[in-house]
Design a protein. Structure first.
Length: 322
């Protein structure tokens, strides 16, 4: 009865208004207005902060909060001694396992990652992750003709961050992945390639990490997975890595993050500059827009290779450097 009386009063007021004023009165009388306002206020409320130290403790390795809000932990496979095309591959070039967390509620996070595994480790890790509710979104190569052979398992999950971290630790404990902190970098000296010139050509600056010059180039689009926005540091920035190999040369590898329409233009740009395509595949299952990841390899003059990589970037919708 009270609801009917309220509606009569609302419609009586509406009867003496018209146009935009009428629309405002009707909106004010609409059922559930207070409830929707409360939901909107709740959605704008800042999330309770996650204690990332609990994630560190459960995973067995400390990470760092990224500028884009993700919490990322690097797990380089420094235990492996891999060669590709005669180059001893440093962990930072192509053997860097990582996991990253994005908070999605007061108590939950989304996790994504890329685990570097020997063939003999793959089945056990996959089984352990499946038991813990962490999904596989891809399993494939990134390199060609490497020895020993290395596979890359991309993962995704959602839940309490510390629980996810404990599940990841249990799976990686089935491998020889080191959990201790990486060794301190050697004293600064001649790096072997002109990183300033490389950065100028690429149009993006990077940093030296573990003997490798690393550059990340984010996409211009906003990307979601299962409806959650995914920041670039969770594997959605094109990765460009230079490992000096002497006399101004460098081995390069990484992956381009591409829309379907960009795949073949980028292939042509890379091949036209002597850069070999080593893999083309997806890393995620429910990303929007859907991306393909193209891995590559070359070992030649670093400045020349930088020009080839720049030609490929020019075929993509990348975010302009700040």
């Amino acid at each position: 009865m009270r609801k009917r009386a309220a509606w009569r009063r609302c419609w009586w007021r509406a009867g003496i208004w018209s146009g935009a004023a009428l629309a405002l009165v009707v909106a004010a009388c609409s059922p559930g207005r207070e409830g929707r306002a409360g939901q909107a206020a709740a959605s704008e409320r800042p999330l309770a902060p996650i204690d990332w130290k609990q994630v560190d403790a459960a995973l067995g390795k400390a990470g760092s909060l990224q500028p884009d809000g993700a919490y990322k932990v690097g797990l380089p496979r420094s235990d492996l001694h891999v060669t590709a095309a005669g180059v001893a591959v440093k962990p930072a070039l192509a053997l860097g396992s990582w996991v990253a967390f994005k908070q999605v509620s007061d108590t939950e996070a989304m996790v994504m990652g890329d685990l570097v595994l020997l063939e003999s480790e793959t089945a056990a890790v996959l089984g352990k992750l499946q038991e813990s509710g962490i999904a596989q979104t891809a399993l494939h190569n990134h390199l060609l003709h490497e020895s020993p052979r290395v596979l890359y398992m991309h993962i995704a999950g959602r839940g309490a961050p510390a629980r996810l971290a404990a599940a990841l630790h249990a799976a990686l404990a089935l491998t020889a992945t080191p959990f201790e902190a990486s060794a301190a970098a050697p004293p600064a000296g001649s790096f072997g390639i002109d990183t300033a010139q490389v950065a100028q050509i690429l149009g993006y600056h990077g940093k030296v990490n573990g003997g490798v010059y690393q550059v990340g180039v984010p996409r211009a689009e906003q990307v979601t997975a299962d409806g959650v926005e995914v920041p670039p540091s969770m594997g959605l920035a094109t990765a460009i890595n230079f490992q000096p190999t002497g006399a101004g040369k460098a081995a390069i590898t990484g992956d381009f993050v591409l829309l379907g329409s960009e795949v073949n233009p980028v292939i042509r740009a890379l091949r036209g500059n002597g850069i070999v395509i080593t893999a083309l595949h997806s890393h995620m299952l429910a990303d929007s827009p859907h991306f393909f990841f193209m891995h590559y390899w070359a070992n030649a003059d670093a400045v020349t290779l930088a020009r080839g990589l720049r030609a490929a970037l020019d075929k993509m919708n990348v975010k302009k450097a700040g």
